[in-house]
Design a protein around this ligand. Sequence first.
Ligand code: CMC
Length: 428
Amino acid sequence: MANSAELTVDGKTYSFPTLEGTEHEKAFDISNLRDQTGYVTLDRGYKNTGATKSAITFLDGEQGILQYRGYSIEDLAAKASFLEVAYLLIYGELPTQEQYHTFENAIRRHTLVNEGMRTIFNGFPVNAHPMGVLASMVSAMSAFYPELENGKEEDKTDLHIIRLLAKLPTIATWSYKRSMGHPTNYPKNNLDYIPNFLNMMFALPVEEYKVDPVVAEALNVLLILHADHEQNCSTSTVRLVGSSQANLYSSISAGISALWGPLHGGANQEVIEMLENIKADGGDVSKYVEMAKNAKTTGFRLFGFGHRVYKNFDPRAKIIKKAADDVLAKLGVNDPVLEIAKGLEEAALNDEYFVSRKLYPNVDFYSGIIYRALGIPTNMFTVLFAIGRLPGWIAQWKEMRETKEPIGRPRQIYTGATLREFVPIENR
Ligand code: CMC
């Protein structure tokens, strides 16, 4: 028998259906709450609000489980390629060999970015943050691919998906090259997705560049780990913007902007800067743990620690921590901040403040150390996160459209002035 929940308010009792997902998480369906009772719910930061039903990603924050379309993150990170995972997220199943070939080939053939977009790009200051540039350039794509119109792109969705997946790495490398004063590289379509990105990042016209397979594999794992994370801030942004039937490029551009914030994807840059500060300050991690414990007065948080949903180890952080050891060893890199990071983790995990609040290292804690070992500069870390998260954003946008979700439009509890009379300016 279906469960229901009863609510008694103002002397009347109302009944609301409950529902259960395939992995047994439960919800009250309050779609008719306001119509029936005249009340809305108040849930700042959406800590208890299921905004949608979704069949893409499952995560259990208490047990530290993450699955894309039913496949564990551990399995995918160990065995899949990033584009296979992208296909899985977007189309729901792992591709057959033929489907993969078609998908990958289409992406290869769309890597070139309209030359007209360089005019916009060249207008940015050389030292502009690459995340701001990326969001703007993706937004500009909607102008450069004019067959796309808000609300009417359904028949061309696959083409736009391919374009975004293909062009985002190309655009991302432009900012880096410009900040270095180096010429930008064109994509090389004989290269696979990740080697192509690395070649655009690091090749110079004056010498031969060979992609190191250790670097390519490390990046493959990192991109897979970032590929989706259900209804996080940037994904919810993509869905909310898309729910007004704004086009795919505009929706993804909004997601990139949301990701940039230091409490979200921008944390990976903050982590490295924090570790560098600790190093420069003599390496005393306990001092910083104390500062974080007094966040209310110091305003300092341990970046890369804590998560809205994980109240146990972030499974991605476990994989990344091990990968950091492996990659640095294979590349022969000795980065002193890795030891500082481990010391900080140990000190925090043994501290009552962090234990009682269930604050563990998150995905951003060790990722920057690997990016740095791969030669990726700090201000590009969040861009790498965006390249990884793109398939998730696309999958969620597509699902939202296909399930014909209504426009997202929360309510509020108004706390401002009640009705008052206008006073002409000469009387104020
Ligand atoms: N350092 C010190 N204290 C913390 C931290 C931290 N990193 N994170 C949370 N707390 C404390 C917080 O002060 C609060 O304490 P109290 O109950 O005494 O007021 C308690 O833990 C709960 O924190 P919250 O801010 O209510 O939790 P939230 O779910 O709203 O925030 C978070 C989650 C990720 C924004 C937060 O943990 C944080 O700011 N972490 C640092 C930034 C970071 O690493 N972000 C990346 C998140 S993972 C990847 C991604 O999403 O992009």
